[in-house]
Design a protein around this ligand. Sequence first.
Ligand code: ARG
Length: 270
Amino acid sequence: MTPTATPRRYLMCRPTHFAVTYRINPWMDPTAPYDNALAVSQWEHLRQTFLDLGHTVELIEPLPGLPDMVFAANGATVVDGKVLAVQFRDAERADEAPAYAAWFQNNGFEVFDSKHTNEGEGDILLAGEVLLAGTGFRTSHAAHAQTQEVFGRPVITLQLVDPAYYHLDTALCVLDERNIAYLPSAFSPGSQAVLRRLFPDAVIATPADAEVLGLNAVSDGRTVVLPVQATALAAALRERGYATVGVDVSELRKAGGGPKCCTLEVRTRD
Ligand code: ARG
C-alpha cells in the first residue's frame, strides 16, 4: 500500500529567545556555546519545509525568559478539537503552559486543565485510534489516566528507561495510522513487548539514528521530516515506501530537541 499524506495544521514558536541556560535533560550543557541566529535559521527552514509539503503553520508569540518555548510539542495535546493543557515537571518551563493554553483559548478551542505533570505531545502521541503515552521522566502516569478521560480514547502507557530519551517523541515516531518507528532499548521490557504486539511491522531504529534524535520526526502519513543526520532511518523509511526530507536542526539538539519537538499538531474535529 502506498502511504498517503493528509494535510496537517501545526503550531510552532520561533526560537527568538532560544538559549541553553539550564540543564533539565542530558543533552543540555549550559557551559557549551550555542548560536541563536543559527537556531532561528534552522527553524525557519523547518517551517518552510512544512509549508512546501502543503501544511498549515500557525505561530505562537515567543516569550522572553523561556528559552525552551520553541519546543511547541510540549505546549499541549490536541485531539478531536479538544486541548489538554500541560504542566511542566521543571520550574524553568512552567510559564510556557499558560501561554500555550491562552493561544488555544484565543483560537476558540475547548481547553482542559492539566491535573498532573504532563508535557503534551512530547509524551502523548496519537497513533490511529489510540494514544501512546510515555512516562518515567516527565509526564506522570496519573496524567495518562486524565488523558484517557479527556479524549475518550484508549491510552497505552509506555515506560521510558533511558534518560537520553526522556520524552516519548525522542524514542518513537508515529508514521501513519498503522505504523511507528522506535528504539526498543529506550523502553522497559514490558513496554517493548506491548509495542511488538501492537506494531509487529514497526521500523526499528538503530542507536545511531536515535543519537541524532532521528526519531524526533514529523510524518504526514507519506513524507517523514527528520534530522538529516539520521541516514539509516531515512533509508529504512524509504524502503517502506515513505518519502523523507532531511532537515538540520543541530543547534536545537543542544537543548535536546529535534523537528518533532518544534511542532505541535492541531487536530480539529473531522
Ligand atoms: N529542553 C527541552 C526540555 O528538556 C527540550 C524539549 C524537547 N521536546 C520534546 N518534545 N521532546 O524540556
